[in-house]
Design a protein around this ligand. Sequence first.
Ligand SMILES: Nc1ncnc2c1ncn2[C@@H]1O[C@H](COP(=O)(O)OP(=O)(O)O)[C@@H](O)[C@H]1O
Ligand SMILES: [Mg+2]
Length: 365
Amino acid sequence: MATLELSALTKSFGTAQVLHGIDLAVRDREFVVFVGPSGCGKSTLLRIIAGLEEASAGRILIDGVDVSQAAPVDRGISMVFQSYALYPHLTVFENIAFPLRVARLPEAEVRQKVGRAAEILQLNDKLQLKPGQLSGGQRQRVAIGRSIVRNPKVFLFDEPLSNLDAALRGEMRVELSALQRDLDATMIFVTHDQIEAMTMAHRIVVLNKGRIEQFGTPMELYHHPATRFVATFIGQPNMNLLPATVVGTDKDGLTVDIAGGARMTLPVDFGTAQKGDAVEVGIRPENLRLGKGLSMKLRVLERLGGTAISYGATQTGQKICAALAGDSPVREGEDIGLTFAPQDAHVFDNAGRVMRRLAAPALAA
Ligand SMILES: Nc1ncnc2c1ncn2[C@@H]1O[C@H](COP(=O)(O)OP(=O)(O)O)[C@@H](O)[C@H]1O
Ligand SMILES: [Mg+2]
């Protein structure tokens, strides 16, 4: 159990800077997920925390102690990788026990620690098998077991589920969330998969090109994305971004003409935006419903049961995705009208920053 603090961390490989001043404070017993596209610097950041890579500048504090110069073994950290490196000739028991054997712990203590890890991970009846006799998910649990027995202050996971098939990934997400609760441990989990981030994290760090775009709870990121990048990265299907032109600004917010037809006043703090400016109106597929406003030709309809995911485009070629009610009376090839509530819109300026929403007006007495 421990806090983790990063301050002004940077990293360059030769002339290429891959981390640009990372500041972050992870709470004791918090489950934090780093999410971002491939190449954004997630693994590098995790390896720097673990001590496997040296930062170019900045500090790392674990439980308030500066470990920036400490050797990996002295940091109280344990890391689980995507490719779980198990020893094929050793049993599950000995694979989990490995770090304890290296530390020459007494046999009784090894049995007790491996036994407890196996219990938590439900591997009790697998201890005498070899890795080759296990499924992918079971192997990944053995790798996690090996990190549990070391009793680290902070667990680090680098895309540990990416090699598993979809059904198993779903199962392992649930198991890891439960594991974090059972161990009451501080965990950092890296993934490029926003579903893993949304489902497991207490708080999510969204990384983009070596910078933190936003740090917040899953629902903060969903409802209040700070940038266009976060808005389109979080949420499934992805948020629609509709080009629009500012036609007016007043106390009620920003009035825009959305390409494809609709004029709307959106309750946002428009800052320095002026008439004629180009903005983007972000609207989540689940916030669109049938009605007058935008018209689109429905190209593909996916009826999932509870929802009907509708893909199409406006006359100006703007692609739109709407998650309509499952029984919506629509058909492929049809022209349909879509509308949304102004307060569900996210407006982005041309730098990709969100315009803060105005507080809902007080109800008249
Ligand atoms: N040892 C290295 N030498 C040079 N460049 C590296 C090295 N490790 C990573 N990089 C570069 O740093 C960037 C971030 O990589 P990485 O942290 O692995 O991203 P992610 O884990 O988010 O996919 C990439 O552009 C990658 O090519
Ligand atoms: Mg990586």
